[in-house]
Write a protein of this length. Structure first.
Length: 229
């Protein structure tokens, strides 16, 4: 299965047309007529998927729902759909974490491409976060002294420096280093440093979204090939 798309749009005919198109492409679609309905039935974030969300709706609108989902800690990517695009709305949505912003009527190529890209990003981030959680779990098994040794090692400092810094012998530092390497499941100091870098690294996704925003704002007036209204 390609993934799950949670479709939220108050226009029943448009919702039905998009659902049919996505299902033909192999996606499982869970369609809702309102933002409130999605909040009542929480998406299953263990499965790859995304949220396809209208902007203007009765009750909670798309931006308000996006904010609410963020507050609740839901992480599925959001692809916005709107028939009334404006630059300020696009910027607000993307800055708040939206993956993409599409204009109705939307072409099949553009719609499927945006959904595929959003789900791929989610899977990449999910795998990355799972790996980081595993690294953090291994790090949490270190004792306070082992953690001190770890922090000195990944800074590239020699055993002599660590011994002087911590007030113990080099033999003791070597013993701690061996245990740290075993607990962190690495074979070299270089691998240990890589783990430390990964724990402190920031995600590149935000930068990609900003570039997507700039590209979109520059094309708001371009004609679209329709799939439904």
């Amino acid at each position: 299965m390609a993934g799950v798309v949670y479709l939220i749009d108050d226009d029943s005919s448009f919702r039905a047309a998009i659902q049919r198109r996505l299902e033909r492409a192999g996606y499982r679609v869970v369609a809702h007529p309102s933002a409130e309905r999605l909040l009542e039935q929480r998406p299953d974030e263990s499965l790859p998927g995304c949220i396809l969300l209208d902007v203007r709706m009765p009750g909670l609108d798309g931006l308000q729902l996006q904010s609410r989902l963020t507050e609740l800690g839901w992480t599925l990517p959001i692809v916005f759909l709107t028939g009334y695009p404006d630059a300020s709305t696009v910027v607000k949505a993307i800055k708040a974490g939206a993956d993409n912003f599409l204009v109705k009527p939307v072409s099949s190529h553009e719609l499927l491409g945006a959904i595929e890209k959003a789900i791929a990003r989610y899977e990449t981030e999910h795998a990355r976060n799972s790996e980081l959680e595993a690294i953090r779990a291994r790090l949490s098994t270190l004792t306070a002294r082992q953690r001190q040794v770890f922090e000195i090692i990944v800074r590239g400092k020699p055993n002599k420096f660590a011994a002087r810094e911590l007030g113990c012998s080099e033999r003791t530092i070597k013993a701690h280093r061996q245990v740290v390497m075993e607990k962190m499941q690495v074979q070299s100091v270089a691998q240990l440093a890589t783990l430390a870098e990964r724990l402190g690294a920031s995600s590149p996704v935000a930068g990609e979204r900003i570039r997507d925003t700039r590209a979109f704002v520059g094309t708001l007036s371009e004609p679209q090939s329709p799939i439904g209204q």
